[in-house]
Design a protein around this ligand. Sequence first.
Ligand code: SIN
Ligand code: FE2
Length: 205
Amino acid sequence: MSGSFPEGFRYLPEYFSRAQQQILIEHVSIAAKAAPFFRGKMPRTGTPLSTLGSNFGPLGWVAAQSGYRYCKTHPKTGKSWPNMPEELLNLWQEVSDWLDPPQACLINWYREGAKLGLHVDADEEAADAPVVSVSLGDQALYRLGGPARKDPTRSFKLSSGDVCILGGASRRCFHGIDRIYPGTSTLVPKGGRINLTLRVVRGVL
Ligand code: SIN
Ligand code: FE2
């Protein structure tokens, strides 16, 4: 598919400067000490995901064989997730057009060979609140479709510092990461790509 994005989708290339990206990565590194990256599993099959995950914020998204869910604590340490960095709360204010602050920021780490199948973000009661996502580190090939899995898709590269917003109708569009391009960025100390996904989960915690 060529041409325009679905209604409500916004792509903000190079939103963050290199210096700002370094601050965000520093937050991720500190968070990963308290809330170590873990490998989630697909519901039912238990197939391990190819990405590693952790979270910032009062709620964290966890992928387990028993299902996808939002949890107040890390599945291994049992502790609360690290606080949402101020820079991400500011980003939300700047781009989301949504009054309530995000409750969860999923930190996904894509190392060489990692990808994310076509899916819709559908685990949130706040189904109309936008999803704001930040790309850091290696470039990735992003695929964006429509509300039905069979809808045509378009693909484009996301680079470090880029921000995408799935708002409006695009909130229910299929999307995924086909591949990353290893070694295309020096930002992430251990290499790879970090994606930060900000979401409102529900009305009252
Ligand atoms: C996601 O859709 O959950 C993440 C997308 C990305 O890694 O850019
Ligand atoms: Fe998603």
